[in-house]
Design a protein around this ligand. Structure first.
Ligand code: ADP
Ligand code: MG
Length: 330
């Protein structure tokens, strides 16, 4: 069965049955002109991301279940970067008419898996015919006003930290491009297809007031660092040999790049958290590493803006990065 047989409204009816919502503050979910949410004295967080077939994913690489998960993950990561609580999402889909219904039901199963895991409800969307698959999610979240972490709070003398390891997803993509789904190791490919948003970690960093500014690393460490520096009006230095690399990354990087740090510095889609903190917070941050079981690594320091942004290599040589990472239209 494909979409031609059931049509737009047949599809929406099915989606409504697949995805039940339970939040009592949701007065009206799917099925009316708008969704209606009761608001209390909280701050509303809103973020949106688009995934386009051929640009962000290929159907031959990612199965619909993982695609559903990833569509939600990229948005969850933005709420994580604020230290917020994700709550509701809307999804707008552009779909080819010959798309088999099982593709969409698997896609929604992936969505539902992540929605349950991170306690968010689907509350609406839109559906249209399209030549290629287009997925747009708008995710709503909440936070306490004083609890949120912006890109703009970094101060001279702050430490710069990053969670997890870097470059795994980008190396996984390189392996996919060269070897396809049969490529090795599976773990790196999986990091590209199904990353994990740092929701609980972001909330813990915000709740314990450990950071002064935070951003998620979605486009690459260098480029996302420059976003944080620009918004804060500061410079920074990063020690290259402190950048956290996973064991499989270290093992496989030589087959894909002469420079072992290049992909970790510029590759995207790790969805780790990058944050700045006062030196006094170091001890609490290492405690958080232990309790969260997520490595948090001190990779650099914040400088006055006029000193710019440098990477210090292992041999002590400094350079200012040229190509920073991925940017659309470039
Ligand atoms: P409208 O005429 O206002 O565009 P629709 O017929 O597109 O309304 O949508 C009917 C209901 O189904 C709305 O609540 C809308 O939010 C929801 N909806 C439409 N498409 C989707 C989708 N792909 N996933 C989830 N909900 C959807
Ligand atoms: Mg509509």
């Amino acid at each position: 069965m494909d979409l031609r047989e059931i049509g737009e409204f047949g599809l929406i009816d099915r989606i409504r049955k697949w995805m039940t919502a339970s939040d009592p503050a949701l007065l009206q979910g799917i099925g009316d002109d708008v969704a209606v949410i009761e608001m209390r004295d909280k701050v509303l967080l809103v973020t949106t991301d688009i995934l386009i077939e051929g640009i962000h994913f290929k159907r031959s690489w990612i199965d619909p279940y993982r695609l559903g998960k990833k569509a939600l993950i990229v948005n969850l990561s933005d709420i994580a970067a604020m230290g917020g609580i994700p709550k509701y999402f809307l999804i707008s889909l552009g779909l080819p008419k010959n798309l088999p219904l099982p593709f969409i039901s698997s896609f929604y199963r992936g969505l539902k898996e992540r929605a349950k895991r991170f306690q968010v409800d689907l509350i609406g969307g839109d559906t249209s015919l399209s030549q290629k698959i287009v997925i747009n999610i708008c995710l709503l979240g909440e936070g306490g006003e004083g609890d949120l972490l912006f890109r703009k709070g970094a101060k001279v003398g702050n430490d710069l930290f990053v969670s997890g390891t870097l470059g795994d997803a980008a190396l996984g993509l390189k392996i996919l491009q060269k070897e396809g789904l049969m490529g090795r190791p599976k773990g790196l490919i999986e990091k590209h297809l199904s990353p994990c948003p740092r929701i609980e970690l972001g909330q813990a960093i915000a709740r314990h007031r450990l950071a002064t500014a935070m951003i998620d690393v979605s486009d690459g460490l260098l480029i996302d660092t420059t976003h944080l520096l620009k918004e804060s009006g500061v410079g920074a230095r990063i020690w290259e040999d402190r950048i956290p690399l996973s064991r499989p990354y270290r093992k496989w990087i030589n087959s894909y790049s002469e420079d072992p740090y290049q992909i970790a510095l510029t590759g995207g889609e790790d969805y780790e958290l990058l944050f700045t903190a006062l030196p006094e917070a170091r001890k609490k941050i290492s405690t958080l590493t232990l309790s969260s079981k997520i490595p948090i690594t001190w990779i650099g320091e914040i400088l006055p803006q006029k000193e710019g942004f440098h990477i210090i290599r292992r041999d002590g040589k400094e350079y200012s990065p040229g190509r920073l990472g991925f940017e659309h239209f470039k």
